[in-house]
Design a protein around this ligand. Structure first.
Ligand code: ATP
Ligand code: MG
Length: 427
């Protein structure tokens, strides 16, 4: 890795009097793992995003630990641990509903001096599991702000890449040459945009410059990993900002080409997406559940409608056309970001149920509320109404009926049936 553009990698220690980290934000299980490794004679530090968040005064969502103990040595000290990963052998130490990731200091493959000799003949483990020093471990990380270590014994932040300074300047800077590092792993582009949105930071000029022209490299990333990264973007609590950033950096066309294509021709689709993402952000901030299927249903709605329209024109019955258009839309997107089956079925159901909200009469209307996907489909329909796609009345009616007793609900759907009769008789 070219690291020449970086300031020197000498260690800076930031004392507690300066970083002011609130140690009560460190989860007790992470402290326990660090303490156990230290007592066994190893070095062990909190590392990465959790230190970044602690410095910013934010509660970290997960804790990673870096140590000079090798994976098997780590496991020896924890009954509740498991070695995971083939390429990167890391250890998960499990606690009730929490798991702490412990990894051995690693070096970037090309810099290794002391590659482990027990690697398989295919060379895979040998290449990616190269153990290194803490300094080497720091510079293989993505951004300087993600390369801070926390020494819990001395309450000091250890900084090899001037990450502390960058964090205080609220700046995301790539370690090493940005283009080289994006080429090594294009997902770093998405990570930069996510941290910018979530932590309200700026991306350093040199770090952001290559993104627009290198975005296409994301298409080389396995679709399952891209699905995970996209979900992280949209479930960050800052989905709207992330979406805007994807658009600004020309990454939307790489990750969601059919969405981009539909947006080019349809301004109102953008309103639906904005409303839905703002809604997702609000739900996450108030700790309500969110489902990946919902976001995908929104982003792919217009491409789906276009296919459905074609199938209508071909005289294919709605029920059949809705399923086949849904499946085709999901399949198209899956070539870029895989969509696990449990979500693709939900997406298609949300879409297919949309036309049933038009029928507010009799048993059919009552039955719709019993459908397992009713709630998601109803939320989707209300967003469509708020975005001007449907009459607001539909949303008001379906919202009201859910608040009533069974008896009152029956009355409401029968009133509609009677109204229809009266209209027919007048005609
Ligand atoms: P989050 O708040 O999303 O957890 P994070 O920075 O902790 O942010 P993780 O995916 O948990 O992200 O990764 C932990 C650390 O591992 C990062 O802080 C970074 O040091 C390193 N890392 C993760 N992904 C990469 C990558 N693609 N390239 C280099 N280093 C990475
Ligand atoms: Mg993390």
């Amino acid at each position: 890795m070219d690291n020449t553009n970086n300031k020197h990698n000498s260690l800076i220690r930031i004392p507690a009097s300066e970083h002011l980290i609130d140690e009560s934000k460190i989860c007790s299980q992470a402290s326990h793992v660090v303490k156990t490794l230290l007592e066994a004679g190893y070095e062990a530090y909190l590392v990465g995003g959790c230190v970044r968040d602690l410095v910013l005064g934010i509660e970290p969502k997960d804790f990673d630990i870096a140590t000079n103990a090798h994976p098997e040595q780590i496991c020896e000290h924890f009954d509740n641990s498991r070695l995971i990963g083939r390429r990167f052998r890391i250890v998960h130490v499990y606690f009730h509903r929490n798991n702490i990731e412990v990894s051995t200091f690693r070096a970037q493959a090309s810099q290794s001096k002391n590659q482990s000799s027990n690697a398989g003949a295919n060379g895979r483990i040998l290449r990616d599991n190269t153990f290194g020093t803490i300094e080497e471990d720091a510079i293989r990380r993505d951004f300087t702000i993600n390369a801070l270590y926390y020494d819990t014994e001395n309450s000091e932040v250890l900084d090899f890449c001037h990450g502390y300074e960058d964090l205080k300047a609220r700046k995301i800077c790539m370690i090493g040459d940005p283009s080289t590092r994006y080429r090594e792993d294009p997902v770093r582009m998405l990570r930069a945009l996510r941290f910018r949105a979530k932590l309200d930071l700026t991306i350093d000029d040199d770090t952001q410059k290559p993104i627009k022209s290198m975005g296409h490299l994301l298409s080389e990333i396995p679709s399952a990993r891209l699905f995970d990264e996209v979900i992280k973007l949209f479930h960050s609590g800052y989905a709207m900002r992330c979406f805007q950033a994807l658009d600004d950096f020309n990454l939307l066309q790489v990750l969601f080409p059919i969405t981009q294509e539909a947006l080019n021709h349809d301004e109102s689709f953008s309103l639906l997406i904005h409303n839905a993402l703002e809604n997702t952000d609000a739900r996450i901030r108030s700790s309500k559940s969110v489902n990946p299927a919902f976001i995908f249903a929104i982003l792919l709605w217009r491409p789906y409608l276009q296919l459905l329209e074609q199938s209508n024109q071909q005289g294919i019955p709605y029920s059949e056309g809705a399923w086949s258009s849904g499946r085709r839309t999901v399949l198209d997107q899956s070539t870029i970001t895989s969509i696990p089956k449990r979500f693709s079925v939900t997406i298609c159901e949300i879409w297919k149920l949309q036309n049933r909200f038009q029928n507010k009469r009799g048993r059919k209307a009552l039955n719709l509320m019993l459908h397992p996907r009713f709630r998601a489909a109803y939320d989707f329909m209300c967003l469509r109404a708020r975005s001007g796609e449907l009459d607001e009345e539909d949303c008001v009616w379906w919202t009201r009926i859910q608040t009533l007793s069974e008896q009152e609900q029956r009355k409401m759907v029968n009133q509609n049936s009677n109204k229809k009769h009266q209209r027919k008789n007048k005609q």
